[in-house]
Write a protein that binds this ligand. Structure first.
Ligand code: SAM
Length: 696
């Protein structure tokens, strides 16, 4: 990766702040690409280098500098000078930290982002700017800028103008006679039955489960479900003791829409056929979220998932006359980020978190890079080493042993030490005061534990924790750096313990990030991984074992997770050694099945930043040799090995990841008269049996 012209975050911010003008928003600065600071000086050089490296054409006439992340987007507004509010046609975004770029097209978008206050993007003396300035003044005076969060999208803007009896004639704002006529989409052939989209749920929805899994609804905080459908999430959370309420325009229209610490907008955006209303819904839910908004929508491809459905606006009309808009993972992320002008974190496929505070955002990312280690197993092996039997000594009056007296307290302290890899802060160990009373200080208690045969284990915990932190710091380089003083206290303590200082930690993280972008390093780390199974091109591991991989692979996976969501949603991870890709494979009943069937394959291309989802539920693609991927101590392993041996005898090769499909295997086994294996492997579905018979 070339780094010569890529500035570090601090330098980038300095250059950004030195821009003499531009349209400044909380998270970005916009300028026209022809202005002098974009053509000359250090910023000009950076843009020229990026233009060359990423083949950015002249039609990308606006530059958007992100203020919250080291990212520059080149935006193409074909009608920049002619249209009063030009529409965005396409964009190329370059991530300065990773050097990667990704392209987005808005040409087919029914509600594309549009520009306002064009004069701010040009040099102050530019003669064209005067006309634009006059238009902005007129629009402001007409009260059109009162709700800035939605005017940035074409249809919302046109509706607002129409509702106020206004229109644009070139760059002039004029009154219209046909008050209230707004741009509308062709009316659907039948009425869309939105209420029918609400499901009768028997368990919590996926976004709400992630909130519990990631501990995002701490005790005492409130939850509001925006578009709650039949209310299963609200009921479920109340049963668990949370303060939860919800509103739905169809199923709970009389409920009050209230602010809450956590707001859920679960599978609502994808049922709204009107793109302008969709955006307003997103913004309305965000306004209610004091700390966190969780947004979930359907991910998929309407052509593949519903090939015969009728197209409607940017989605489809289903057989039940409901509307469904299928998003791609990347599209949903951009949609939320464009609409709310802030960052969204993917936590699962189709599920994103948006934090109102950047410190909270950081704390979440940091806690996610903390490995889940079987600390309990370690603690179990930690009872004091047995001393060799000694010759009896003459009895002395017994002295009270304070370590023996406080054994329970010590063990509790020890498990926190192992979890953190360092001495806990008083807030992290509730019995801190007691420990001081008993041993003088936590450090003395630690010394005692280390001198009693526990030093090696503690060093391992320190190393593991430092590796977690490094992965977090590597990924932190992809975003705006949060000042040290604004990091949560426990993260500050981690950094002070494991690195000389924050700057050094970030620098080590950056080195790791660069290492993860180099396929030679990836290929080498795969060779050394020592877990999972690999061939020439890829390493395959079970997602539960990812934390045992070398840090460079963990960083690569964390980058992919940045786009995919939660890796624990998948079962097997495929790390491509040479192409900068990571694939997440999900299987039906992975834990219990002997030959699990592939259901979904999600490929994350880190070079193009594309996420592609493939549905394999009907293919009968089996995972052979499952014992290669799981923990060798798993009780299922002996049985799995037996099965694998039988299958190899029948000709299934152990040299490749893919083997015969379920139907093909059924046919092979039938031909050999191995009905016992067909039964044992659960290949006795009618379809498979028939396939097996037909072909023999
Ligand atoms: C697929 S359901 C999801 C319900 C619930 N969140 C869940 O996950 O079970 C979609 C819900 O969105 C509601 N809805 C439709 N338009 C809406 C809007 N503009 N604002 C809020 N909710 C809306 C529908 O009434 C429906 O109950």
């Amino acid at each position: 990766m070339a780094t010569t012209t890529i500035p570090a975050w601090n330098r980038y911010r300095e250059l950004l702040e030195a821009l003499p003008y531009g349209k400044v928003l909380p998270t970005a600065v916009y300028v026209h690409r022809d202005i002098e600071p974009c053509r000359t000086g250090p910023m000009g050089q950076i843009l020229a280098a990026l233009t060359e490296r990423h083949a950015i054409g002249e039609e990308f006439n606006v530059v958007k500098f992100r203020r919250d992340a080291p990212r520059i987007s080149f935006l193409c507004y074909p009608q920049f000078f002619e249209a009063p509010h030009p529409s965005l046609e396409k964009s190329i975004t370059v991530d300065l930290a990773s050097g990667k770029s990704f392209r987005s097209g808005y040409g087919d978008n029914l509600n594309p982002p549009i520009l306002h206050r064009k004069e701010l993007l040009l040099a102050p003396g530019d003669p064209r700017a005067r006309v634009y300035e006059a238009l902005s003044a007129a629009e402001e005076q007409a009260g059109l800028y009162e709700n800035t969060s939605i005017i940035g999208f074409r249809v919302n803007w046109e509706r607002l103008l129409a509702a106020r009896g206004l229109a644009l004639d070139g760059h002039s704002l004029v009154r219209t006679s046909d008050n209230g006529v707004a741009h509308v989409f062709p009316p659907p052939i039948v009425a869309v039955q939105r209420h029918r989209t609400a499901l009768t749920r028997y368990q919590l929805s996926k976004p709400v489960k992630t909130l519990l899994e990631f501990n995002q609804i701490p005790t005492g905080s409130s939850f509001f479900d925006y578009g709650c459908g039949l209310g299963a999430d609200v009921r479920g959370l109340r049963e668990l003791g949370f303060e939860a309420s919800g509103w739905d325009p169809v199923h709970a229209p009389d409920a009050v829409r209230v602010e809450a610490d956590v707001v859920n907008l679960g599978y609502v955006l994808n049922v709204i056929e009107d793109p302008a209303e969709r955006l307003e819904t997103l913004v309305s839910a965000w306004r209610l979220a004091r700390r966190l908004l969780v947004v979930a929508a359907l991910i998929g491809d309407s052509e593949a998932d519903a090939p015969h459905a009728i197209a409607l606006n940017d989605g489809i009309l289903t057989r039940r006359n409901t509307f469904q808009k299928y998003f791609s993972q990347r599209e949903l992320q951009s949609y939320i980020e464009d609409g709310l002008e802030t960052s969204a974190v993917p936590v699962a496929l189709g599920v994103f978190y948006v934090f109102s505070d950047s410190g909270e955002h950081q704390l979440f990312l940091q806690s996610r890079s903390r490995r889940s280690i079987e600390w309990d197993a370690l603690v179990l092996g930690l009872s004091k080493p047995q001393a060799p039997p000694k010759a009896p000594r003459p009895a002395r009056p017994p002295r009270p042993d304070r370590f023996a007296v406080h054994q329970g307290l010590l063990e509790e302290f020890w498990s926190v030490l192992l979890r953190l890899g360092r001495i806990p802060l008083p807030s992290e160990f509730p019995r801190h005061f007691e420990l001081g009373e008993a041993f003088g200080s936590p450090r003395r208690a630690l010394r005692h534990l280390l001198s009693n045969g526990r030093a090696d284990i503690f060093r391992r915990a320190e190393r593991a924790r430092k590796a977690d932190l490094l992965v977090y710091l590597a990924i932190a380089n992809l975003r705006k750096t949060i000042p040290f003083s604004r990091l949560p206290e426990m993260v500050r303590c981690d950094i002070a313990t494991f690195f000389h200082n924050y700057k050094q930690g970030l620098a080590e993280g950056r080195d790791l990030l660069h290492a993860a972008a180099d396929s030679n390093n990836i290929a080498m780390a795969c060779e050394e991984a020592g877990i999972g199974w690999q061939d020439e091109h890829s390493l395959y591991v079970h997602t539960a074992l990812v934390d045992s991989l070398p840090t460079v692979l963990r960083t690569l996976i964390a980058c992919a997770e940045f786009l995919y969501g939660n890796l624990r949603e998948a079962d097997i991870l495929k790390i491509h050694k040479h192409s900068g890709k990571v694939t997440f494979l999900s299987y039906a009943e992975f834990d219990s099945a002997l030959l699990p069937k592939l259901t979904t394959r999600t490929k994350v291309n880190l070079r193009t930043q594309r996420v592609e989802v493939f549905n394999h539920s009907g293919d009968g693609q089996l995972l052979y040799f499952k014992e290669r991927y799981i923990d060798p101590a798993d009780p299922q392993c002996p049985r799995l090995r037996e099965i694998s041996e039988s299958l190899m005898k029948l000709g299934v090769s152990n040299a490749c990841f893919l083997g015969p499909s379920a139907n093909e295997l059924c046919r092979m086994l039938s031909a050999e008269g191995r009905d016992d294996l067909i039964q044992a492997l659960g290949l006795n579905s009618r379809e498979e049996r028939e396939h097996g018979r037909d072909r023999t």
